[in-house]
Design a protein around this ligand. Structure first.
Ligand code: UTP
Length: 288
């Protein structure tokens, strides 16, 4: 099993982030000096995956454009002798091989993944990274899953422990820990009530899926809210071939949640020495 392609669904409406996302895709909102989706693509590249398949909609061409050359801007920067900025924007255009597929109706994450079938199924297995989920750490999140999937030849999903009162925002798994931090999944429950969650292990937006997921996606029709839920198809994989979950190490921010999005901005700015001191100085008096 060799994971060469990553599917990045970016076709959602981003209703939690309105009015910012009325005309700008949520995945293009900046976190410090880059759009959210660039961090996601960079994580894939750091994991050795350079073939990116965006699942988009009619209003999201700007995402593909971001990973393409902007010759006019390049010419302006060249004339102005701004070689550093020129190198930065060229590097973004050259970082990945991009394919875009339209999701014509926003029928959920499962449906978005199903849209990629013709492009990725022949590979046998592929990665999925949710386009608004940011993960940072020494070992890139998706690589942590790829390593396990390639050795076990099964689908692997990324999980993280969340506080009990937050379980109802996530898909939650139950399973048996077969190696430290690696679980054989028995059950997946989408957004359980706080007192009904089988664990505190929440599914986050990182997956490596074997191609039989498409068969299961076609079996599950409408789940929660009339959408095709990836979680339902994963349950069928768990019941048949088997499904693993890996506890991901790193910092995670959901860019669709304002508090996490704003924290991510500060976290990133803080990584830059030239900004850190000034930022801390300005933020301190604002604290209650
Ligand atoms: P979310 O549920 O976080 O995104 O889906 P959303 O639907 O855009 O946001 P809200 O809840 O209305 O604010 C996670 C990811 O899956 C994509 C989204 O673009 C996002 O990156 N997605 C979601 C699709 O590609 N298609 C869909 O039908 C739904």
């Amino acid at each position: 099993m060799n994971i060469r392609k990553v599917v990045i669904p970016v076709a959602g409406w981003g209703t939690r982030s309105l009015p910012a996302t009325k005309n700008i895709p949520k995945e293009m909102l900046p976190v410090y000096n880059k759009p959210v989706v660039q961090y996601v693509v960079e994580e894939a590249i750091r994991s050795g995956i350079e073939d990116v398949v965006f699942i988009t909609n009619r209003d999201k061409n700007v995402i593909e454009d971001h990973f393409d050359y902007n010759l006019q801007l390049e010419a302006v920067l060249e004339r102005a002798g701004k070689t550093e900025q020129l190198a930065v924007i060229r590097q973004v255009a050259e970082m990945a091989k991009v394919t875009a597929i339209r999701q014509k109706k926003q029928l959920g994450l499962g449906h978005a993944v199903l849209c990629a079938e013709d492009v990725v199924a022949a590979d046998g297995a592929f990665a999925v990274m949710v386009g608004d989920d940011l993960l940072f750490g020494m070992n890139p999140g998706i690589r942590q899953l790829v390593e396990v999937a390639e050795s076990e030849r099964l689908s692997v999903i990324g999980v993280m422990e969340v506080e009990q009162e937050r379980v109802s925002r996530y898909g939650i798994i139950s399973g048996e820990e077969i190696f430290p931090g690696i679980f054989r999944v028995n059950r997946l429950v989408e957004k359980p009530k706080v007192n009904e969650a089988p664990s505190r292990l929440a599914i986050i937006g990182r997956y490596v899926l074997t191609a039989d997921i498409f068969l299961h996606l076609k079996q599950v029709t409408s789940g929660h809210g009339g959408e095709i839920q990836l979680t339902d198809a994963l349950q069928l994989q768990a019941d048949n071939k088997g499904l693993l979950a890996v506890k991901i190490h790193g910092m995670r921010f959901d860019a669709g949640d304002w508090s996490e999005y704003l924290t991510a901005n500060i976290y990133f700015a803080m990584q830059h020495e030239e900004l850190r001191d000034d930022l801390v100085r300005r933020l301190k008096p604002l604290l209650p």
